[in-house]
Ligand binder design. Structure first.
Ligand code: NAI
Ligand SMILES: N[C@@H](CC=O)C(=O)O
Ligand code: NA
Length: 435
């Protein structure tokens, strides 16, 4: 049986998972593939990891050397980050090696450069593990939905944030404790700021947006707002109103251009997405022919992510001898048909909104707020006084109908300038998930 040799960069959470999958399921994979997949060389600054996970492989100290070795057919990059990882991926491509990576930051920020170089050297770059871990959503976008014009994608695509939100809601745990737990379980990024400030979800929705709409990757166009500032009161109030708050990555093609954004979002509790809990991810795609499809599974963790990495290895092994035109294009569309697009600014997006206002508990306040909203054309779906506080203040929660964000922001500015309003107003976007 022919052997395909892998050079593995990184034996951390995901890399050790890849070693385990190939060790435990290698025979099953060979039965599917008709070839044996073997890790021939590894690189990790923690040399003991290599002895533990890949005793049969050659330990190579210099990653630049590893990616040029003759006994490496495919390079699997699981270092993370955009420093050494970027340099070694570019060097591997120049050396004619196919690439598998789980590194969404690298692809969202440097994907255009990487895919251009890969095209020049006729090598494949596979990245299923980079978005929604073990869920085959890249496969769905690049291949399964190829007959469709995609209209929108909305996804829970950061396992760490979803784990934190779930534990806070279900157990009343504190943000800090749950984040530490997510780090211990191997879900969080090396720098967990990327998880909680929305960057990681931004990297992932940027990649999916490019695949869906046939544009270059454009992380700079993505609006980012994470969960670190979310107040547990809003989680509670949302629940009382029949909603859950989730960190969503959203991209949508509209008449104005492409919306690309990440932010906490109120979702009606009856929706499937609202019931995706813990580290699980889910991606909902709306497309013109098939309608709505939903992809659900583990979005992080050692073995689920490794499952996606190894599936990419299988794909490459199958296509290794195929002509360029018989391979799946990097960004789902032929490189010559990948086109720049206009991205919609946040002021111009249309959504409905949850607003929380803290104001003096006195006659006329509700009327003033309603008047100032109406002046900007923002119509109210519900307005509820949630709590009267000791200091003669009240908390008012407002749900608006769909409107342009600029209008809501103008109204907020006017309301905040009223003497009776004591604190900045909390704004959380809502998602009806229609198209
Ligand atoms: N942990 C998860 O659940 C998921 C991670 N990913 C991505 O997979 C990649 C790897 O993530 P993890 O395995 O969690 O990270 P990790 O931090 O657990 O593992 C990285 C490993 O690479 C080694 N390493 C890094 N730079 C090196 C260098 N320059 N020279 C030698 N060794 C080096 C480290 O010693 C470490 O063992 C990242 O891009 C991450 O975003 C993607 C999906 C899920
Ligand atoms: N840190 C990421 C890991 C997977 O991409 C997450 O929490 O989702
Ligand atoms: Na995936």
């Amino acid at each position: 049986m022919q052997t395909i040799n892998i050079g593995l960069l990184g034996l951390g959470t995901v890399g050790s998972g890849v070693a385990q999958v190939l060790r435990d399921n290698g025979a099953e994979i060979a039965r599917r593939l008709g070839r044996e997949v073997r890790i021939s060389a590894v690189c990790d600054s923690r040399a003991e990891r290599a002895a533990q996970w890949c005793p049969q492989a050659t330990l190579v100290a210099n990653p630049m050397e590893l990616v040029q070795r003759d006994d490496v057919d495919i390079v699997v990059e699981l270092f993370g980050g955009t420093g050494v990882a970027k340099d070694v991926v570019l060097k591997a491509i120049e050396s004619g090696k196919h690439i598998v990576t789980a590194n969404k930051k690298l692809l969202a920020e440097y994907g255009n450069e990487i895919f251009a170089l890969a095209g020049k050297h006729n090598v494949m770059v596979q990245f299923e593990a980079s978005v929604a871990g073990g869920i085959p959503v890249i496969k769905a976008l690049r291949e399964g939905l190829a007959a469709n014009k995609i209209q929108s994608i909305a996804g829970i695509i950061n396992g760490t944030s979803n784990f934190i939100l779930t534990e806070m809601r279900e157990k009343g745990s504190t943000f800090k404790d749950v984040l530490a737990e997510a780090q211990k379980l191997g879900y969080a990024e090396a720098d967990p700021t990327f998880d909680i400030e929305g960057h990681d979800a931004g990297h992932k929705i940027t990649i999916m947006s490019a695949l869906a709409f046939g544009t270059p990757v454009n992380f700079g166009a993505c609006y980012l707002e994470g969960i670190s500032q979310l107040d547990s009161r809003d989680i509670k109030y949302a629940e009382e109103l029949g909603y859950r708050i989730k960190l969503l990555g959203i991209t949508r093609k509209t008449e104005k251009g492409i919306e690309l954004r990440v932010h906490p979002t109120l979702i009606p509790e009856s929706y499937l997405l609202a019931n995706v809990n813990g580290v699980m991810n889910a991606v909902r795609v709306n497309a013109d022919m098939v309608g709505e499809t939903l992809y659900y599974g583990a979005g992080a963790g050692s073995l689920p992510t490794a499952s996606a990495v190894v599936a990419d290895l299988v794909d490459i092994c199958r296509l290794i001898s195929a002509d360029r035109e018989n391979r799946v294009p990097y960004l789902a569309f032929q490189p010559s048909d990948v086109q720049q697009a206009n991205f919609v600014s946040m002021d111009e997006i249309s959504s409905s909104y949850y607003l929380r206002v803290r104001a003096d508990d006195q006659a006329g306040v509700l009327g003033t707020i309603a008047t100032l909203l109406a002046r900007e054309g923002v119509s109210i779906e519900a307005l509820i006084q949630k709590a009267v506080l000791d200091n003669h203040q009240a908390e008012i929660v407002i749900l608006t109908h769909h409107t342009i964000e600029k209008n809501v922001k103008n109204a907020i500015e006017a309301i905040e300038s009223q003497e009776c309003v004591r604190e900045p107003i909390i704004l959380i976007r809502m998602e009806s998930l229609n198209g």
